[in-house]
Design a protein around this ligand. Structure first.
Ligand code: SF4
Length: 367
């Protein structure tokens, strides 16, 4: 049963040098037609389920003007929402103001997610991002006054030539905001981004690891719970929407480049604006076998500190996890732990979680 929904707003005021997301430079003449197409897509595929989480991401949704945002919220009013819904909108501080925050509140948004990435002026320039730290403080204050009690910010690390001292300053600033959730990202130079074209290289593995450790240590010391490899939250403020993905549960995804997981299908939308505006929303539909679903269950759930609930796994797949994979050596060598009917990667091994998951999948039992 689908209980979550992602809405993609691809427009951004500027394009960051590292970005390989599905995004477009903001252009008013396209926004209204895009919203019309989005409404048609939702009306075509939404089956009326009650949603527990609704997430407007991008792109930069806050770069829409208030009329466009109002139109978006009216489109999204078609969704049945549970009383306790987590309703998030992403944005940046540059394109957010008091009027937009009040509009969000009026339409029931109860979680804000902002990109900060870094406060280092040199690095911001390099990433082609803008940030004014006084504006950040001011907007967080206004958001609190309006009544927002659940705010996330994104932090990026492993930036070229970044030193631990700079990361510490970023952490110090983010902690001073006293927000509920922090998502962290290690910069990866993706193909065909501006950074790739300029032949910028990733920092060394050792420094990347040292930075990850610094983040984990600092945020835990400041009472953030490390509940997913790259995500930290105050108690009770874990992202319910993102946990839908990590728990391998179904979700709708509407908008350019969005993806959905519904029943036996993983669906990927087109990244071509023309195709999308013509009503050709879907690019690819993958039909999942039972084995595929089990593989996703392992891949995704092991990102969470709670890991795989082995009883739930049995209920879902009518067999035990050890009937599909041999992983006792990984437990013996402390790369995995089994406790209270849960299988998880211990926190001190999260940095190498990809390698551990590959090892589990290599231990597949055929049949
Ligand atoms: S704001 Fe986000 S989506 Fe837009 S260009 Fe920057 S990284 Fe990409």
């Amino acid at each position: 049963m689908v209980k979550s929904c992602y809405i993609h707003i691809p427009f951004c005021n500027e394009i960051c040098s590292y970005c390989d997301f599905c995004k477009l430079l903001r252009n008013d003449s396209f926004i209204d037609t895009y919203l019309d197409a989005l409404e048609k897509e939702i009306n075509k595929y939404y089956k009326g389920e009650e949603l527990d989480t609704l997430y407007i991401g991008g792109g930069t949704p806050s770069c829409l003007n208030t009329n466009q945002l109002e139109r978006l919220f009216q489109i999204l009013s078609v969704f049945k929402k549970s009383k306790n819904i987590e309703y998030t909108i992403e944005g940046n501080f540059e394109s957010t103001d008091k009027e937009k925050l009040e509009l969000y509140k009026k339409y029931g948004i109860n979680r804000l997610s902002f990109g900060i990435e870094t406060i280092d002026i040199k690095q911001l320039k390099f990433l082609k991002r803008k940030l004014n730290i006084d504006r950040v403080r001011e907007l967080i204050k206004i958001a609190r006054e309006i009544g927002f009690t659940n705010i996330n910010v994104d932090l990026m690390y492993a930036l070229p030539n970044e030193r631990i001292e700079e990361l510490k300053k970023d952490l110090e600033f983010i902690l001073s905001l006293d927000i509920e959730h922090i998502s962290t990202y290690s910069l990866i130079i993706e193909k065909n981004t501006l950074l790739d074209i300029k032949h910028i290289k990733n920092i060394s593995e050792e420094l990347d690891f040292a930075m990850y450790e610094e983040i984990c240590k600092t945020l835990k010391k400041n009472n953030y719970c490390h509940y997913e490899i790259s995500n930290f939250a105050r108690e009770g403020y874990e992202s319910r929407h993102n946990k839908t993905y990590w728990k391998n549960e179904e979700y709708y995804g509407f908008g350019l480049g969005a993806s959905s997981y519904i029943g036996n299908y993983r669906i990927e939308n087109t990244r071509s604006l023309n195709q999308y505006l013509d009503g050709n929303y879907r690019l690819n539909i993958d039909t999942l076998s039972e084995r595929d679903k089990i593989e996703y269950e392992v891949l995704l759930r092991l990102r969470l500190s709670e890991g795989i609930d082995l009883e739930l796994f049995y209920k879902k797949f009518h067999k035990r996890l050890e009937d599909f994979y041999r992983y006792d050596d990984l437990i013996k060598n402390k790369f995995l732990r089994e406790m209270e009917k849960r299988l998880f990667i211990p926190e001190d091994k999260w940095y190498i979680s990809n390698e551990i998951i590959v090892k589990i999948l290599e231990g597949e039992i055929n049949g």
